[in-house]
Design a binder for this molecule. Sequence first.
Ligand SMILES: NC(=O)c1ccc[n+]([C@@H]2O[C@H](COP(=O)([O-])OP(=O)(O)OC[C@H]3O[C@@H](n4cnc5c(N)ncnc54)[C@H](OP(=O)(O)O)[C@@H]3O)[C@@H](O)[C@H]2O)c1
Length: 272
Amino acid sequence: MAQSLAGKVALVTGASSGIGWELARQLALEGCRVGLVARREEPLRQLAAQIAAQQGTAVPVVADVGCRPQIEAAFAQVRAQLGPIDLVIANAGIGRPTLRDPVNMEDVEETFRINLMGVVYTVSAALPEMLARRSGHLVAVSSLAAYRGLPAESAYCASKAAVNVYMEGLRLHLRGTGIKTTTICPGFVTTPMTANNQFHMPQLMTAEFAARKMIRAIRAGKKVYNFPWRLTLLVKLSRWLPDAVIHWAMGDYETEAQHAVAQRRPDQPLPP
Ligand SMILES: NC(=O)c1ccc[n+]([C@@H]2O[C@H](COP(=O)([O-])OP(=O)(O)OC[C@H]3O[C@@H](n4cnc5c(N)ncnc54)[C@H](OP(=O)(O)O)[C@@H]3O)[C@@H](O)[C@H]2O)c1
């Protein structure tokens, strides 16, 4: 049975942009008091002001999810201002391509630090209090990319696959404790993360629509929620396709990936 979220205290990481912003905004509209966590203070303050203007309550807290003391301090601040945390959404993440020659190792390390360790630190910071209260809901925002390693996206896909397996193990470990977990794997969503993608993104969704679907899955207490379903099917079926087909379907993504990395790093020459 779908559970009401009204009156709950929620903490959302990556609330300064995209999916996290929408999740926090919609949770506040549902009557949650929300802790907003990300590195950039200004957008967090803007969102908190928007929520307050709609009679909601939100606390902006600056923290890097990849830094354990910072995320633990963020939890302490939200608890002090809003009370015990009922719902945690570990949503913060980055999307950086993985190059081949040379491998952009700093990006790879940063991807695992934020996308994987960020989730681990976030859910772990919530656990002691939830275990003591014998209630709570831990949610991780993963990706359909978790189900298929893709060329020039090795680190991103691997980080999300690791999140899925981590959350699966945690779910089994938490059996009987009163704590629920949900792993959410969205397809393509219009956010700053996908804004510069040059390739066709099938079944692209707005962040508003995606957040609505995600909150419905959280309310329903789903263990894993993959969406949209047609892209999910395609991604899962693609595991049985020969490598040559995937390589062909990805076209010249390798070149696009090199451009994306070089644009962030002026020291690296743009590929032709
Ligand atoms: N967009 C898609 O198509 C899509 C599809 C599947 C899954 N996802 C996943 O959905 C999540 C949200 O992505 P999005 O599309 O909304 O991207 P986005 O608009 O770029 O937002 C990413 C959010 O994560 C935060 N963040 C990044 N690094 C952080 C860090 N070290 N510490 C704290 N916060 C950090 C950013 O805030 P600051 O920069 O202020 O820290 C921002 O609020 C990610 O986990 C992503 O992998 C996205």
